[in-house]
Design a protein around this ligand. Structure first.
Ligand SMILES: Cc1cc2nc3c(=O)[nH]c(=O)nc-3n(C[C@H](O)[C@H](O)[C@H](O)COP(=O)(O)OP(=O)(O)OC[C@H]3O[C@@H](n4cnc5c(N)ncnc54)[C@H](O)[C@@H]3O)c2cc1C
Length: 447
């Protein structure tokens, strides 16, 4: 494609958010008679699905302790369900299986799911939880579990396939996707802070609106937009905390046990829900019985033909390197620094065996290939969806985002002048105003 010099809407990043925004924007422009997909240009420095969306485990769930996250996820699941084939979406459901320290949190999630009509079942009590799990997997053996939340909706999707499904929907409506073009800066005209043009390694593109959807690279473009590197946050007691860094990185830990995915079928021969277990029960090695941890730990897993086995992950690791010095490229499995090591394989495979007998002694099948990747997090680990500098929309999902396929729909409506109540709790001003999301007892920074 020839390098354009002008586009009404420039969307930076061809991951879940850039592609979803472009598709929905093209659709709305045409429906409103205000234009069409040819007004929308996506640019990506690498290619479609080159970032986090292309390596994500792909889990889609509603299980969030924060009401605003749950309501947003319910909207996102509707978008996944609108075309499961195109999005390579598997609606197998999702289970949050927890120890006592999380029981009350999860009970409240269930109550609020009922209130918004999101179908789920809550099992309360140790004996009841064991019986429920054994009814699904007869080899279930996880100790110390006192509640199970079984979401009947959600499941997972195949990361790259769903991105290509979204890209096709956008391109069918006339959207142009330009790959191998890197945004290097922004130009604004005098007298206004609005962005008049996006500068790239292949020339300048004049535009009316810019959408930043660059996942783990958000700190780089945020800095180029001269947005604040630190924030002030008002806590629940009304005290202000100043100079909190706007961004920080965590390394996501995921891998695959290279066994036949059919190994994880349910008692009645079906593909199972995604399993997520959080517990404070001591975890011992499945190799030599040694103690791995007595702290709260968590894992998730699912059979996945795309990954070729049982795929999943554990808690991420905080990156201590100062944010501007973190080497994001090469990204994902290509990174020499941010891929999982043998400790992850040992912990995760032992945890699988803790949960189900069928995984005992299976660590030998763990796939020794690079996996995992960086995620960029906000100060409270929840997304920032907001407008800056008059015409720049930032979609910074704080690594919650593969499942958030519906955010692009809401952003598209806002680009055309609407206001989304679902996006409102995720504005940047919440930090200074103290409108923070509640936090749970989960060992994960994203629950
Ligand atoms: C290992 C891992 C597993 C995960 N699992 C899940 C999961 O199961 N469920 C879930 O909901 N979320 C998951 N996440 C989080 C989720 O993947 C991300 O939140 C989401 O994919 C981010 O999407 P995005 O569109 O913002 O960015 P990305 O998908 O990262 O896309 C950003 C794009 O921007 C491009 N770009 C960057 N800088 C520039 C520039 N200067 N110029 C032009 N282009 C640029 C990149 O090339 C890239 O293609 C996971 C993340 C990781 C790392």
């Amino acid at each position: 494609m020839a390098m354009p010099t002008q586009a009404k809407y420039v969307i930076i990043g061809a991951g879940i958010h850039g592609l979803s925004t472009a598709w929905h924007l093209a659709d709305r422009l045409r429906a409103n008679g205000r234009g069409d997909g040819t007004d929308v240009l996506i640019i990506d420095k690498a290619g479609i699905a080159a970032g986090a969306s292309g390596i994500a485990c792909g889990v889609v769930r509603n299980n969030y302790f924060q009401p605003a996250m749950r309501e947003l996820m319910a909207q996102c699941v509707e978008v996944w369900e609108s075309d499961p084939k195109a999005f390579s979406y598997h609606p197998v459901g999702y289970m949050q299986i927890s120890s006592e320290s999380m029981r009350e949190d999860v009970a409240s999630i269930h109550a609020q799911q009922q209130a918004i009509g999101y179908e789920s079942v809550f099992i309360d009590g140790a004996k009841e939880s064991m019986a429920y799990m054994k009814g699904i997997f007869d080899d279930w053996q996880a100790k110390g579990i006192t509640s199970v939340l079984h979401e009947k909706k959600g499941g997972y999707a195949n990361n790259t396939a769903s991105m290509y499904g979204l890209a096709k929907k956008a391109e069918d409506l006339g959207v142009r996707i330009l790959t191998g073009v890197e945004v290097t800066g922004f130009r604004s005209d005098q007298a206004t802070t609005a962005i008049a043009a996006v500068e790239t390694n292949r020339g300048t593109i004049e535009c009316e609106q810019v959408v930043i959807a660059v996942g783990p690279w958000v700190n780089t473009l945020w800095t180029k937009l001269e947005l604040p590197k630190t924030v002030s946050i008002k806590d629940s007691q009304g005290r202000m905390h100043h100079d909190i860094p706007m961004w920080r990185y965590w390394a996501l830990e995921e891998g695959t046990l290279g066994v036949d995915p059919n190994l994880q079928k349910t008692n009645d021969g079906h593909m199972p829900p995604v399993i997520h277990v959080d517990t404070d029960a001591p975890l011992h090695s499945d190799v030599d019985g040694s103690l791995i941890t007595e702290e709260m730990w968590g894992i998730y897993y699912k059979p996945d033909f795309n990954f070729g086995g049982i795929q999943g992950g554990a808690m991420p690791i905080k990156v201590e390197t100062p944010v501007d010095q973190v080497a994001i490229d090469p990204y994902g499995p290509d990174s020499p620094e941010f891929v999982v090591d043998d400790n992850f394989a040992h912990m995760w495979c032992s945890a699988l065996a803790f949960c189900q007998k069928r995984f005992e002694g299976q660590i030998k099948h763990y796939k020794k290939e690079p996996s995992g990747g960086l995620g960029c997090f906000t100060p409270d680990s929840f997304p920032v969806f907001d407008r800056f500098r008059d015409n720049v929309t930032v979609i910074a999902d704080s690594n919650h985002g593969y499942k958030m396929i519906g955010v692009g729909k809401l952003v598209a409506e806002e680009l055309l002048g609407g206001k989304s109540a679902l996006l409102e709790p995720f504005r940047f001003a919440r930090y200074a105003e103290g409108r923070l999301h509640p936090t749970s007892h989960s060992p994960f920074p994203w629950s």
